[in-house]
Design a protein around this ligand. Structure first.
Ligand SMILES: [Zn+2]
Length: 907
């Protein structure tokens, strides 16, 4: 039955294709047509748009430069060769321009390739100016706007290879670029005339090269699903998939893309991914962020339905929309577009994690749930579903994706003025909504004890192109009086809506909906910095001077030989200690009043010198010089020999900890199972941190990647230079195993401090490193995708809380364990979740009662050592910088933890 229906569609499709693709006189590449037919695993998996390739005099095809066609089995292309191709294309065609846009962590280039007609490429700067006018239409009359739109051309930008295991897009984009440059048929002429196509050739170049190395080393001989081995331990330097969740643009490669976006303002940005069968095109389903423009929510299904219509019309099964990724979190890379009044577009095309052809079982395994489950059922949004099993090839992947994007370009070039008009309207609406809809702005008050975290927020907003001003005089608003120097974000600006999205408390629209990623990200709560939402419209008239980058200069007051550096929760305090590691520091254990300045507990004492003062100023810290050390209890602040433990199979959340430690200059060794199994950990380390990792159990950390009969090495070689970075292993499978647990247990019993974050806190409980503490899971009814909730501090004098003054703190709930401590040991609990609906400060937690009074941090004595278990993750994706200080406090004061008091401390 299936065959019959497909055959009918194919006949229809061919007829349609003939009208869409008027024949040209260009010579076609016969070998290409023959091989594509051969590599495409079934006739319905190709379209009349991509079953042929024109030859061109003098303009090289990918084959001419690389030596192989796109979609050749067992061929993946390294970044340098991809760039070599684009530069050869540029050299041969006036329709192509290559623009380098910055370097990655490992020093690779990021490039954007512009393709359009000769005129557009020759006058790119003029078209860039047009889009900049529409992106910020302040001062532009309606008539002028129409004239700009008349002249302008939309940029349609593609990015491929953000996720390195999703190998097809960077290949396909080369063939697309070639077609766009040389094909003379009417469709291409229309695209070139009306659209400027830009291609972000490889969105994560470091990961691309590492993955291609890995593919040629370990995956090239895979023939069946059963043969498939784990991917490389790393893509980029720190993170893998989370490069698409880097909401604060911590990673320099992601910053390159954002900077490019804000210079060129592509009204459409289309991020090409791989996962679900056969092609899913994003339509922006619910939950939707209601702050974004209604026009956007109309545009998204307009495009995705057109693509589904075209590909289904060509007889290609398995093209669908809706029912997968939603429009809630603004943190995905491509959302830089919709966040800035453009249009985010996204595909998931089916892929094999390489270029091998293999039979795939597409139907979800029994009981598989979550987003994207059951993708082979017929639904209103999936009229011709993917097959339950399929033989799939890289060329199939190319065919689907390329047919899809050509359809999207057909639509854009047919309605380019609508796209531009909408871009202008969305930009204008954003400004206008800031004048008519409260909140009208946000104030980050001056005079907060720690301004470095205020600066963090301001600088992320600035990176995002949001205008921030500094109040030039005191500001009286209905919400209160704010000091001169307070930071002001007015909503009547092009990216005023984005400012609101990032700074407001997230109210999830419907508790019965699920979302693909986080539900909460409120920057003030995450940073523990005060951000006031302002409903008083007069904020729009507040006199301000523009802030470019906010730098906080530290201060040293008074005179005297001893400097007391105030612990106000600044994360740069740990940087000071590490930068001056040769000096002696002490921490005071209780607050101390010196004149009119109160030194909070945890403040550091150090001998005064110009060098110390200069660092304090650079790091935005506040210090007072005293005649002598205050007469309060204090302890030396020694730097521990610190290790961070990583599995080989889940390095990403470790990567976020590495990133934060590197950023704040905390010294550590990154260790793996190899080092743990060697034993004698206590001889080398004082503190071992096991970051959140694994699949929500201690078992997954201990046993890690399942061995498949042969070793899976991760080592640098002359052939594979990108492997063996950030650690080497003869075999990344197997995990630390029980011998490793034994060594960790010895380490603690011999006086070491083991710190476990988030799901890693299952390990000490499940494997008896702490016999008393238990860790259980929430029920299936519980649902909490990263909300921000209140936690109550129970032991405020514990060094972990140096720099915190409030009794309850906002923390990100991290799906960590539900910890339980016996009644007689309840004083080990440093902080606990409040666990009521009212205590959910931002985002969604369904079933909050399950967390009621559950420990959020436990400090458990074991033998001569300690295990500190965070049920939270104080180092989450460079977001919760307010909590990070708890982790560094634990590190800085590792050998000065107090004994748990016999009874709960009373305030
Ligand atoms: Zn992806």
């Amino acid at each position: 039955m299936k065959t019959c229906r497909i055959a009918a569609l194919c006949a229809l499709a061919t007829a349609l294709a003939f009208t869409a693709l008027a024949q040209t006189t260009q010579t076609q590449d016969e070998e290409y047509a023959r091989l594509v037919k051969q590599w495409t695993t079934s006739p319905e998996f190709v379209s009349p748009l991509v079953d042929h390739l024109p030859k061109s005099n003098g303009v090289p095809s990918p084959k001419d430069v690389l030596g192989y066609y796109i979609g050749t089995p067992k061929k993946l292309t390294y970044t340098a060769d991809i760039y070599r191709y684009y530069r050869a294309l540029e050299a041969a065609s006036k329709r192509v321009k290559v623009m380098p846009i910055g370097l990655t962590d490992e020093g690779r280039e990021c490039i954007v390739v512009a393709i359009s007609d000769d005129d557009s490429i020759a006058n790119l700067d003029a078209y860039k100016k047009d889009l900049a006018r529409l992106a910020d239409p302040r001062g532009l009359s309606t008539d002028e706007a129409h004239r700009v739109i008349e002249h302008a051309k939309p940029i349609y930008m593609f990015t491929g290879g953000l996720h390195s295991a999703e190998t097809g897009p960077p290949e396909m984009l080369m063939e697309l670029a070639y077609r766009l440059a040389v094909d003379e048929s009417p469709l291409y002429q229309q695209i070139r005339r009306n659209v400027i196509v830009m291609i972000g050739a490889v969105a994560e170049p470091d990961g691309r090269d590492r993955y291609v190395d890995w593919y040629y080393h370990h995956k090239i001989n895979e023939e069946t699903e059963k043969d498939r081995v784990a991917g490389p331990p790393y893509w980029g330097k720190y993170i893998l998939h989370d490069n698409n969740r880097d909401i604060n643009y911590s990673q320099i490669t992601m910053r390159n893309w954002l900077a490019f976006y804000l210079q060129w303002h592509p009204p459409i940005m289309h991020d090409l991914h791989e996962s679900v069968p056969f092609l899913y095109t994003f339509s922006g389903q619910a939950p939707q962020n209601p702050t974004l423009d209604p026009i956007l929510y109309a545009e998204l299904p307009w495009f995705s339905n057109f693509e589904m219509t075209k590909l289904t019309g060509y007889g290609m099964p398995g093209v669908w929309t809706h029912g997968y990724v939603d429009m809630w979190s603004p943190g995905y890379l491509g959302f830089m577009s919709s966040n800035h009044n453009g249009m985010l577009r996204m595909y998931e095309t089916f892929g094999n994690g390489g270029a091998n052809t293999m039979k795939r079982n597409v139907a979800s395994p029994e009981g598989g749930g979550g987003p994207g489950a059951n993708q082979t059922t017929r639904e209103w949004y999936r009229p011709l579903p993917p097959y339950k099993t399929v033989v799939w090839s890289m060329r199939n992947n190319t065919n689907y994706m390329e047919t899809g994007v050509l359809s999207a370009l057909e639509l854009t070039s047919s309605f380019s003025k609508t796209v531009l008009q909408n871009f202008y309207e969305k930009s204008r609406n954003s400004i206008e909504s800031g004048k008519t809809d409260a909140p009208f702005g946000y104030v980050l008050p001056a005079g907060q004890p720690d301004m470095t975290r205020v600066a963090f927020i301001v600088n992320v907003l600035r990176l995002q192109g949001i205008e921030v001003g500094r109040a030039t005089k005191e500001l009286k608003l209905k919400e209160g009086t704010f000091l001169a120097g307070s930071l002001i974000v007015k909503r009547n600006q092009p990216y005023g809506r984005l400012a609101k999205i990032l700074l407001e408390k997230q109210e999830f629209p419907d508790n019965n909906l699920r979302t693909y990623d986080d539900t909460g990200w409120t920057m003030g709560l995450m940073s523990h910095a005060k951000v006031e939402e302002i409903a008083d419209k007069s904020i729009l008239d507040a006199p301000v001077e523009p802030v470019d980058t906010l730098t906080i200069a530290g201060t040293v007051k008074g005179g005297g030989p001893v400097l007391a550096v105030l612990h106000n929760g600044a994360n740069s305090l740990v940087t000071l200690r590490y930068r001056l590691k040769d000096l002696k520091f002490e921490a005071i254990e209780s607050p101390y009043k010196s004149g009119d300045i109160e030194l909070p507990a945890g403040s550091l004492l150090v001998e005064s010198s110009p060098r110390v003062k200069s660092e304090i100023e650079k790091l935005g810290l506040n210090a007072v010089a005293l005649p002598a050390a205050p007469n309060v209890a204090k302890h030396p602040v020694d730097l521990p020999r610190l290790a961070v433990y990583s599995t080989w199979g889940a390095t990403q959340d470790v990567g976020w900890v590495r990133y934060a430690f590197d950023h704040f200059e905390v010294g550590y060794d990154l260790i793996y199972k190899e080092r743990v199994r060697q034993g004698h950990l206590r001889d080398s380390y004082d503190v071992i941190v096991i970051p959140n990792q694994g699949r929500g159990s201690g078992k997954s950390i201990v046993f890690d990647i399942e061995p498949k009969g042969k070793p899976l090495d991760y080592k640098k070689s002359a052939e594979f230079k990108s492997l063996g970075m950030y650690g080497e292993s003869d075999d990344i499978t197997g995990g630390m195993g029980l011998p490793g647990v034994e060594e960790l247990s010895k380490f603690v019993n011999e006086g070491g401090l083991l710190i476990t974050l988030g799901t890693a806190s299952y390990l000490p409980a499940e494997f008896g490193i702490t016999r008393e503490v238990d860790a259980s899971h929430t029920t299936p009814q519980f649902y909490a995708p990263g909300p921000i909730v209140q936690a109550e501090v129970l032991r405020p004098t514990h060094p972990i809380f140096y720099g915190y003054t409030d009794k309850t703190l906002p923390v990100r709930y991290a799906n960590g364990p539900l910890l339980r401590v016996p009644q007689e040991d309840r004083n080990w609990i440093l902080m606990r979740f409040v666990g009521t609906d009212k205590a959910v400060l931002s985002g969604l937690m369904k079933g909050s009662a399950e967390t009621h009074n559950r420990p959020a941090i436990v400090d458990a004595p074991v033998g001569a050592g300690r295990v500190v278990m965070f049920a939270t993750n104080p180092c989450y994706r460079w977001q919760n910088l307010g909590e990070f200080n708890m982790l560094v406090n634990a590190i800085l004061n590792y050998n000065d933890f107090p004994k748990a008091p016999a009874e709960k401390e009373t305030e």
